[in-house]
Design a protein. Structure first.
Length: 181
């Protein structure tokens, strides 16, 4: 019997359409968390507020509630890549966090292979547990690369962080909705 299709989410953004396939089987906690933000429309109107370009087609972008209290759901337990078997390859979507168990609403999308910096066991963050990968961009990587390649401010910050990584003209998520695969 074939396994059921994984859920997909369309992010309609001010820069174009992005479709994410959500790994509910391999990363159930992180995937369910993301889908709660989608289903409760808490991602409508958020921005891609961080773009890190380390090299050509290599870096990541970040979007989410950015600490806005009315958008936040409770934090969830951390699912490291060593547990899920997922990896931060090109187009992988993951849940950013500070300490394990603090991940909520900040989502990163890898551009290029980020396994050395974002997977568990690779030293980032300092606790060596990485970010929680839970999905993959199946359409719209050109939009993601465009966000990463856009100009960033040398001085702007987000809540005092990310200097040199804040887009001059942030891309807005107009809507985030589930769609049939």
């Amino acid at each position: 019997m074939p396994s059921p299709a994984l859920p997909r989410v369309v992010l309609d953004t001010s820069a174009g359409r992005i479709v994410i396939e959500v790994e509910t089987a391999k990363a159930p906690l992180s995937a369910t968390n993301f889908l709660k933000y989608v289903d409760q429309k808490k991602l409508d109107g958020v921005e891609f507020y961080r773009a890190v370009k380390a090299a050509d087609h290599f870096g990541f972008v970040q979007f989410g509630a950015n600490g806005e209290p009315k958008r936040l759901l409770p934090p969830i337990a951390h699912e490291p890549t060593t547990q899920t078997g997922l990896h931060h390859t090109d187009g992988e979507v993951s849940l950013a966090r500070l300490a394990p168990g603090t991940g909520r609403s900040e989502f990163t999308i890898s551009v290029g292979d980020q396994t050395r910096s974002l997977d568990a066991g690779q030293g980032q963050p300092a606790d060596n547990l990485g970010y929680a990968a839970f999905g993959h961009v199946v359409e719209g990587m050109d939009v993601i690369v465009g966000i990463m390649d856009a100009p960033v401010s040398p001085t702007a910050t987000q809540h005092g962080a990310f200097q040199g990584q804040v887009p001059v003209a942030p891309v807005k998520v107009l809507t985030a909705r589930r769609v049939k695969p």
